[in-house]
Design a protein around this ligand. Structure first.
Ligand SMILES: Nc1nc2c(ncn2[C@@H]2O[C@H](COP(=O)(O)OP(=O)(O)OP(=O)(O)O)[C@@H](O)[C@H]2O)c(=O)[nH]1
Ligand SMILES: Nc1nc2c(ncn2[C@@H]2O[C@H](COP(=O)(O)OP(=O)(O)OP(=O)(O)O)[C@@H](O)[C@H]2O)c(=O)[nH]1
Ligand SMILES: [Mg+2]
Ligand SMILES: [Mg+2]
Lengths: 277, 291
C-alpha cells in the first residue's frame, strides 16, 4: 500500500520546477502553489494526494468551457483561422475539414493567405488530397476579396461549412492586424456572427509570448476558441492554461502530428494530467 | 524593466542606509522571475543566477551609491557573455560549402534558406538552393518561388524522389556549375521522431556540411532546451538561427539553447521578407531578455 506523505517546501520547489518547465508560467504557478506554501509555513499538514487532487481541481477550473455547439449550428458555419507565422493554421484547416467531411458535411476551403510563397498551393494540395474544393485567387490578391468570393460561393451552393485560411501574422504588426479587422468586417457582410467561429491557433512549443498573442488578437477581433498544435512534441503547452483562463478562451482541439487525421478534440483531464501527473 | 523591478522589490533599503546581503538575495529572486518570464529555461536560470550571485554579493554592489544599476549591469554583462561575446560568421571554407538547415516544424527554415542565399549573394557568393522536404505539400514550390524572387538558382526536384537523393544530386550540380555554396532546406521534424532524425543524420553524413544550423523560433518556451540539446547530440550543430525576432517575444529560449549546446547564435530572422536577416549581436538580445 502507499504511505501517505506530508508535503514540505522542498516538495513544492520540485513541483514548481515541473510546472514552470511545462510553460505554465511564473504567475500561474505561483497562484497555484502559494496557498499551499502558506499552509506549510503555518504548520498545517497537507498530504501529497490532497495537494495533487486540489491542484488538479483548480487547474481544471482555470480552463474555459466552450458554451456553444461546435461545429456551429447555422449554415454555412464559418471557421476562421488566425495566428502567428508557422503555428499550423493551414494544416489544422485540412484536419478539421476532413473531420467535417467524414461527418458527411459539404465543406469549402478559402485560401485567404495571399501573401506567403506557395501558401495557396499548399492549401490547394490539401484540397486535392481530401477531395474538398478550394476557393483561391493568385498570390498578391486582396485577402478580403478572396474571402468574400468564397463566402458568396458557399451561400450560393449551399455549403455546410467554410474554413478560411489566413496568412501568419505577428500580433505586433499594425497593418497586419488592420487587415485582420477588415477580413472580419467583410465576413460580417455575408454571414451573421453566430454562425462564425474565430479560431486562434497556438503552437504548443510557445512560451510566455502566447499571452501577448492572445492579448493582441483578441483586441483586433473577437476570438471564440483556441486550437493548440504540435502537442505530439515534448512541449506540454502549459501556457494554453494561462491563456484560456486569462482571456476566457476555450481550447477546442489539439494537433498531434502532420497528417490529416492528427487532430483530437480537447480533453481537459488528459491535458492537466500531462502537466500534473 | 529589471532596474524598476529591483527598485520596487528592494524599496526602502535606502532608509536602512545601504543594501544588505539579504536585500541582494531578494534582488536575485526578482532577476530569477524576470528571466523565467522571458522564457529562459528553469535550470539555465538556476545556473545563471549561481554565476552572478558572487558578483552581486560583492563590495562593488553593496558599497555602491547606485546598487541597482550595478546589479543590472552584472546581469547584462553575464547575458552578453553567455549569448556569445562577439558575432560569429559563417564558415565558408570548402567549395561548394554546404549549409544544412534543420529544425522543428514551422520554425522558418524555408524562408531562412532564401534569406541566407540572398545574404551570401550580396556578399559576392554564388549559392544554389535546394529543398529536401518531400513531405509538406508545396514545400519544394515554396523554396522555388523564393529563389525566383531573388534570382538564385534552384535545384528542382519532385517529392517522389528521396530527400537524400535530392541532396546528393544538388551537391553534384553545385560542384559542376561552380556554385560555391549549397544551401539545403530540410523538412520540419520533431527531435523525438526517430526516422526523421535518422534522415537528418544521413543527410549530414552524405553532404558533410561545414555549417549545420538549427533554425529556431524566438517565441519558444521551456522546451527549447530539449529541442536544441537533442538536435545537437544527434546531428551536431555549428550554429543557431533565431527567427521571428521582430515580434515581442523576449527570446529567452535563445539563451537556453546557447547555454546547453554551446553553439553560437549566428543570425536573427527579423521579418518575412528575404532581406530580413541580421547578423547576431548579443547586446541587443541581452537587453531584450532583460526587458
Ligand atoms: N508535429 C506537428 N507538426 C504540425 C502540427 N500542425 C502543423 N504542423 C506542421 O507545422 C508546419 C507549419 O504548418 P502550417 O500549416 O504551414 O502552418 P501555418 O500556420 O499555416 O504557417 P504560415 O501560413 O506560414 O503562417 C508544417 O510542417 C506542418 O506539417 C502538429 O500538430 N504536429
Ligand atoms: N515574422 C516573421 N515571420 C517569419 C520569419 N521567418 C519565417 N517567417 C514566417 O514563418 C512561417 C513559417 O516559415 P517557413 O519558412 O515555412 O518555416 P519552415 O521551418 O520551413 O516550416 P516547415 O517546413 O513546415 O517545417 C512563414 O509564414 C514565414 O513567412 C521571421 O523572421 N519573421
Ligand atoms: Mg499557412
Ligand atoms: Mg519549410
Amino acid at each position: 500500500f502507499v504511505v501517505e506523505k506530508l508535503i514540505d517546501l522542498a516538495f513544492l520547489e520540485e513541483l514548481e520546477e515541473k510546472l514552470i518547465l511545462s510553460d505554465l508560467g511564473v504567475e500561474t504557478t505561483m497562484a497555484l502553489l502559494d496557498p499551499f506554501k502558506n499552509k506549510i509555513l503555518k504548520g498545517e499538514p497537507v498530504t501529497t494526494s490532497d495537494l495533487k487532487r486540489e491542484l488538479k481541481r483548480i487547474s481544471l477550473n482555470l480552463l474555459a468551457d466552450y458554451e456553444k455547439p461546435f461545429p456551429p449550428d447555422g449554415k454555412p458555419g464559418v471557421l476562421f483561422f488566425l495566428g502567428v507565422n508557422g503555428v499550423g493554421k493551414t494544416t489544422t484547416i485540412a484536419k478539421l475539414a476532413l473531420k467535417l467531411k467524414e461527418a458527411n458535411k459539404k465543406v469549402l476551403l478559402i485560401a485567404g493567405d495571399t501573401f506567403r510563397a506557395a501558401a495557396i498551393d499548399q492549401l490547394k494540395k490539401w484540397g486535392e488530397r481530401l477531395n474538398i474544393p478550394v476557393v483561391a485567387q493568385q498570390e498578391g490578391a486582396d485577402a478580403s476579396s478572396v474571402i468574400y468570393q468564397g463566402l458568396e460561393k458557399a451561400l450560393r451552393e449551399d455549403y455546410d461549412f467554410v474554413l478560411i485560411d489566413t496568412a501568419g501574422r505577428l500580433h505586433t504588426k499594425y497593418n497586419l492586424m488592420e487587415e485582420l479587422k477588415k477580413m472580419y468586417r467583410v465576413m460580417d457582410k455575408l454571414v451573421p456572427r453566430e454562425k462564425r467561429v474565430n479560431l486562434l491557433v497556438l503552437d504548443a512549443t510557445t512560451g510566455q509570448n502566447a499571452i501577448s498573442q492572445a492579448e493582441h488578437f483578441s483586441k483586433a477581433i473577437p476570438i471564440d476558441a483556441l486550437i493548440i498544435t504540435k502537442m505530439d512534441g515534448t512541449a506540454k503547452g502549459g501556457i494554453a492554461l494561462a491563456v484560456s483562463h486569462k482571456y476566457k478562451l476555450p481550447i477546442l482541439f489539439i494537433g498531434l502530428g502532420e497528417k490529416a487525421e492528427d487532430l483530437l478534440a480537447f480533453d481537459k483531464e488528459a491535458f492537466i494530467s500531462a502537466i500534473l501527473p | 524593466n529589471l532596474s524598476e523591478r529591483l527598485e520596487k522589490a528592494l524599496a526602502g533599503f535606502r532608509d536602512r542606509g545601504k543594501l544588505s546581503p539579504d536585500d541582494i538575495k531578494k534582488g536575485l529572486r526578482e532577476i530569477r522571475l524576470a528571466l523565467l518570464e522571458a522564457d529562459v529555461n528553469y535550470r539555465v536560470v538556476k545556473d545563471f543566477l549561481a554565476r552572478i550571485e558572487a558578483r552581486a554579493l560583492s563590495a562593488e554592489v553593496l558599497e555602491s551609491l547606485t546598487p541597482f544599476q550595478q546589479i543590472v549591469k552584472i546581469v547584462y554583462d553575464e547575458l552578453v557573455n553567455t549569448l556569445g561575446g562577439k558575432a560569429q560568421g559563417l564558415n565558408l571554407s570548402t567549395k561548394p560549402t554546404v549549409i544544412l538547415l534543420a529544425g522543428l516544424q514551422g520554425s522558418g527554415k524555408t524562408t531562412t534558406a532564401g534569406k541566407l542565399a540572398l545574404f551570401l549573394k550580396k556578399r559576392g557568393h554564388n549559392p544554389l538552393l535546394v529543398s529536401t522536404d518531400v513531405y509538406r505539400p508545396a514545400a519544394i514550390e515554396q523554396l522555388k518561388i523564393l529563389s525566383q524572387k531573388i534570382n538564385i538558382p534552384f535545384f528542382d526536384a519532385s517529392p517522389s524522389e528521396g530527400a537524400l537523393e535530392i541532396a546528393n544530386n544538388a551537391f553534384k550540380m553545385a560542384k559542376n556549375t561552380g556554385r560555391d555554396v549549397l544551401i539545403v532546406d530540410t523538412a520540419g521534424r520533431l527531435h523525438i521522431d526517430e526516422d526523421l532524425m535518422e534522415e537528418l543524420q544521413s543527410l549530414k553524413e552524405s553532404l558533410k556540411p561545414v555549417e549545420t544550423l538549427l533554425v529556431a523560433d524566438a517565441m519558444m518556451g521551456q522546451d527549447a532546451v530539449n529541442v536544441a540539446k537533442t538536435f545537437h547530440e544527434r546531428v551536431g550543430l555549428t550554429g543557431i538561427i533565431l527567427t521571428k525576432v521582430e515580434g515581442d517575444a523576449r527570446g529567452g529560449a535563445a539563451l537556453s539553447m546557447k547555454e546547453v549546446t554551446g553553439c553560437p547564435i549566428k543570425f536573427l530572422g527579423v521579418g518575412e521578407k528575404l532581406e530580413a536577416l541580421e547578423v547576431f549581436h548579443p547586446e541587443r538580445l541581452a537587453s531584450r531578455i532583460l526587458g
